[in-house]
Every structure is written in structure tokens, then in C-alpha cells.
Design a protein around this ligand. Structure first.
Ligand code: MG
Length: 388
């Protein structure tokens, strides 16, 4: 494989929604297009940043794109996994250990664009390339090409009828075939949050079909009391109850709550993931790991994170990547992960799934279009207009 060209743009995402910690009004993302050449011809791979961490234009232009375009030799490997491990080493040239803040997202967006190009060069959807070269889970309940899928939304809005809107959103998501619904908590008083949850549970008809995402709002003593109240409801999970690096706080949650915990979307490296699994006291088979590989150095690093977790007694079924990328949908279906998150707010780049994917009874059935399918997702593909 040779790298022919790499282009990037910063895309404003401007959304009026909020969670417990931030507004998404000023949020941006990076869109990248990488053209590669293999023995089968030239192929363009598309990559898009994850949600919630801003674009990476400066880092891409100053460090990471030049490293790719300066490669003069052909890059080869017996499998796509081996080949991408070599690319990863080039991207990380002269980068010290630790300090995974923003660069891990810059590497992630480039790395996942390359996976899209590689899958196209093999004339395979990414899920099939990953199944072939990285292997599908032995204990997955679904065959390759399918994955569980859930609807994510329930952000705070300024509307006075927030709880009623939320109930509609939950109902629409479940009626559209998503397996369960997730809403935001921790950004209002406990009274308001409990009424929002109650509306969603009523709309779903079963509390186990409702998960909540606290975006780290429940640190401290007051938070513990609020979590104990949430624990009585029988929710599917409580997500990010405390700061992602507060391992003692997370350990307290795991010891005191019977509700499954979900966390990991703000863990950006293999080393941080190991610390989380060592010190967070998370419970394999019950809790959920949501590392977002587009923010965390890409699929190459993600495969290392999964391998470590399996050595700690976790299953791939415990992994449900954050955010709703097309590339995460393919990873879930190709590696046999626990499922895929997708936004139900219509019209955004992380909303829904590509047109060649059907969603029914909580399962996404992926198509055979080569690559990650960004071209089949109009709300995302239109953001590449100035790059292609
Ligand atoms: Mg979250």
C-alpha cells in the first residue's frame, strides 16, 4: 500500500443540545480523506472525528498528516491488522508515552479513514475484513454482519415540555427497531431527572429498556445519594457516574450499586484502559466498556485494548463503543462486540445508520457495500463535499 494524498477539513457540528457537563453548540469535528494505492488500484478512505471532543485540524496538519505523506516505501503486511500496525508505528514516530489528550483523536480519525480505504481495496465491507483478519468473537450471540443496536438521545433542551418530548423520543427509537434507549441525567435537579426517567420508562414499558448517561455528574457525597436512588429503578445501565479517571470513585459505585455501570468513552489509550480495568473494580459480564476507538488511536489500539480485557476475564460482548460512528457499527458487527450506539436526533452525522443497514428487533443487519459505508449515510457524507 502507498499513501497518495491526505486532506482534512474542520466541520462545525452546531447542535442545540446539552448534557450534564457541556453544550454542543460550538462543537467541531475533523473530516479526512486519504487516497491509497494497492495492487488493485487507487481507493479513497473517509474518516470522521468522534463526537464531543472537537476537530483536530492543527495536530493533523502539523504532525500526523506529514508523517503519512512522507512515507516513501510501500507498506505491506500479511493481513490488514499487520499492515495497519506498521502505519500506526509511523503515525506515533517521536511521540512520548502517556499524555493521550488530543493526539489520540487525530491518530484515530486518520487510522479509521485508512481502514475504510483498505476495506474498499479488498472489495469488502469493513465488518467482513475485520472478521477475516481480526476474528469474530467465539461467544457472540449473533453472526458476523449483525450487531445489537440501541438508540441514544434524551439530551437536555430548554423546552418546558422536556419530559414529554423525551417520552416521544424514547418511543420513536424503540418503534424504529432499536433495542433500548439512553437518556442524559445529572444536568438538572434530581426531581426533574427522576421525572424524565419516569416518562421514558413509561414510554418504553420496561425499565430495563432505559439506560442513563450521567456524563460524570455524580462525584462526591451528594452524587452517591442520587446514584442510590437511580439504582432502585432497574435501569439497563448507569453511564459515566463519575470522572473517567476517578478509579476509587468508580470502584465505590461498583461496590454499592447493583445496576450495571457503563464507562470508558473518555479512556483514550491501551495504558489508560489497563488502569481502568485494574483499579475501577468493574464487573466482567455485568458492566459495559465503551472505549471510543476514533478518539483512542484507532482500531489498531482498540484490538490491543480488547486483548488486554479478554486476559482480565472480559468478553467482547462487554464492549459497546461510544458515539455512533459507521466505523464502530462495522467493528461491532465484524468483531462480535456487545452492540452499537446510534443517535436518534435526526439529521446529524452520528444519527441513525447507513442506508444499506436495516434495523429490526434490536438488531442491525449490515450490507455488503465495501468500506465503512459513509457514502451510504447522506447526513454524514454531505460533510465531505469539499474534500471529494
Ligand atoms: Mg456517554
Amino acid at each position: 500500500m502507498r499513501i497518495i494524498s491526505v486532506d482534512e477539513r474542520t466541520i462545525p457540528l452546531g447542535s442545540k443540545t446539552k448534557n450534564a457537563a457541556i453544550s454542543f453548540q460550538a462543537m467541531t469535528a475533523s473530516a479526512v480523506v486519504i487516497e491509497i494505492e494497492t495492487s488493485r488500484g487507487r481507493f479513497k478512505g473517509l474518516g470522521f472525528s468522534s463526537y464531543g471532543r472537537y476537530g483536530h485540524g492543527g495536530l493533523l496538519r502539523e504532525r500526523f498528516i506529514p508523517r503519512l505523506t512522507n512515507i516513501t516505501d510501500k507498506i505491506s503486511g500479511e493481513t490488514s491488522v499487520q499492515l495497519m500496525a506498521q502505519v500506526w508505528d509511523v503515525l506515533m514516530t517521536d511521540e512520548k508515552e502517556g499524555g493521550h489528550g488530543e493526539r489520540s483523536g487525530a491518530v484515530g480519525v486518520l487510522e479509521t479513514a485508512l481502514w475504510d480505504a483498505l476495506a474498499k481495496s479488498e472489495d469488502l465491507p469493513l465488518w467482513a475484513l475485520l472478521e477475516r483478519d481480526a476474528g469474530h468473537s467465539d461467544d457472540s450471540q449473533l453472526p458476523p454482519g449483525k450487531t445489537a443496536i440501541y438508540a441514544s438521545g434524551g439530551h437536555y433542551r430548554s423546552s418546558s415540555s422536556d419530559a414529554a418530548e423525551l417520552a416521544d423520543e424514547a418511543k420513536r427509537g424503540l418503534e424504529a427497531g432499536y433495542g433500548w434507549f439512553k437518556l442524559k441525567v445529572g444536568g438538572a435537579s434530581q426531581f426533574i431527572d427522576l421525572s424524565r426517567i419516569e416518562s421514558a420508562v413509561k414510554a418504553a414499558g420496561d425499565s430495563s429498556l432505559i439506560a442513563v448517561d450521567a456524563n460524570c455528574a455524580y462525584g462526591g457525597e451528594n452524587g452517591t445519594a442520587q446514584l442510590i436512588e437511580l439504582d432502585q429503578i432497574g435501569l439497563r445501565w448507569i453511564e459515566e457516574p463519575v470522572n473517567p479517571l476517578d478509579y476509587p470513585g468508580l470502584a465505590d459505585c461498583c461496590q454499592s450499586l447493583k445496576t450495571p455501570i457503563a464507562t470508558g468513552e473518555n479512556i483514550f489509550s491501551q495504558a489508560d484502559s489497563k488502569n481502568l480495568l485494574h483499579y475501577g473494580e468493574l464487573r466482567p459480564g455485568l458492566d459495559n466498556l465503551q472505549m471510543d476507538f476514533v478518539l483512542a488511536y484507532g482500531l489498531t489500539e482498540y484490538l490491543r485494548i480488547i486483548k488486554d480485557a479478554e486476559a482480565f476475564g472480559w468478553s467482547r460482548r462487554d464492549f459497546l463503543p461510544h458515539a455512533g460512528h459507521q466505523v464502530a457499527l462495522h467493528a461491532a458487527a465484524g468483531l462480535g462486540l456487545g452492540g452499537h450506539e446510534t443517535a436518534v436526533v435526526p439529521g446529524g452525522p452520528f444519527s441513525s445508520v447507513s442506508d444499506d443497514t436495516t434495523v429490526e428487533n434490536g438488531i442491525a443487519n449490515l450490507g455488503d457495500t465495501p468500506g465503512t459505508g459513509i457514502e451510504n449515510k447522506p447526513t454524514l457524507f454531505k460533510l465531505f463535499a469539499n474534500l471529494l
